[in-house]
Design a protein around this ligand. Sequence first.
Ligand SMILES: [Zn+2]
Length: 396
Amino acid sequence: MLSVLGRYVDSACVDSKRPLGLGARAVADPISAVVQDSLAHYSYQQPCTRLAGRFRRRAFVHRVGGWRGTQDSRRHNVRHRRSFLSVSMNSPPDFGIVKKRSRESVLFITLDSCRYDTLVSARVPTIRSVGPVHKAEAPSYFTYGSHSAMFAGFTPGLAHLQQPILNPKFGKLFKLVGAGFPGKGTEAYELDGRTIVEGFTRLGFKTIGTGAVGWFNPHVPTGRHLSEHFERFFYPGNSYSLDRQLEFVANELNAADGDVFVFLNVGETHVPYYFNGAAWGADDNPCIPFQTANRRAECRQRQQLCCEFADGMLRNLIAEFLESTILICGDHGDCWGEDGLWEHGVSHRCTLTVPLVIRVRGEPIFADESKAISAEKGTGFARFLSRAKSLRSEAW
Ligand SMILES: [Zn+2]
């Protein structure tokens, strides 16, 4: 049986330019130990049979530690854990042999409520293997609004860059085209439909979706809006069932050979910042609107651990799409006491700033700062500011 711990340790140990990976940090850092212990506990509860079968069959070579063997048991975890404690790790993650999806296929993951500063401070080697983490502006400050916009092609972006894909205004990753909205030629995918999901379906993609938070509940009208266009959709009923969501996706992918569009909304990073097996309870929410207690440190710590948990769980799914297109982002952030505000659902720089990672047809998307709009050079931004100023004075 392939354990979740095994996958998590694998992904953690080969990342990082630091001398030691997560395992070493776990010895000195009780927080990481919490995640690792939780995953260890979890690994005996939730086997992922499809992935287990795949890994049982394949030979596995670790780039670190010089150990060669078959990844199929807890014995591996013990041996591997021992090996990565004593070596330097500069290699990218070794994903081994996994089935690769078509170049056109798409994996779209939203880490619900994930703040940019959370993700960049977390140990997330799997997510970092996809591409650089950009600091982006979200299209809205709550789940329904943000996903509605993203499903219309308005993904998070970097407004200061005149660069397609990273700035959807300049060129969209997913462009809904129609009679009134022709493509500009700078888009990665041109789609025709009410949403990008419908657009991919029309192109013959199998569309698979799963959303963890309540806005994706297909049994209520508001939830149907975000879920109805998927050919197959799964709502787990709570925000901490990433294992069941991944099992659903794995089963659906098993039955799909052609182009696929997979959407996954991760709920663990949403309040109450809880994952299965965490050292705290799901009923202890450190981020409640209008609260007076300052629990910012717990919010930061718990959301970071949720990111690390999700990163380990996502390893094999992401590996399948590394030659395809991957979009990973927060749908919005959370306030943790800034300006007296907590949680999301309010328009604030903390709810509108999100991490963004993009890989298009196997190529990670880096920011080209030479394409930044410069006020000093008197280019677009300065003109925009002067125009905005005149508009404001007219309005008042
Ligand atoms: Zn959300």
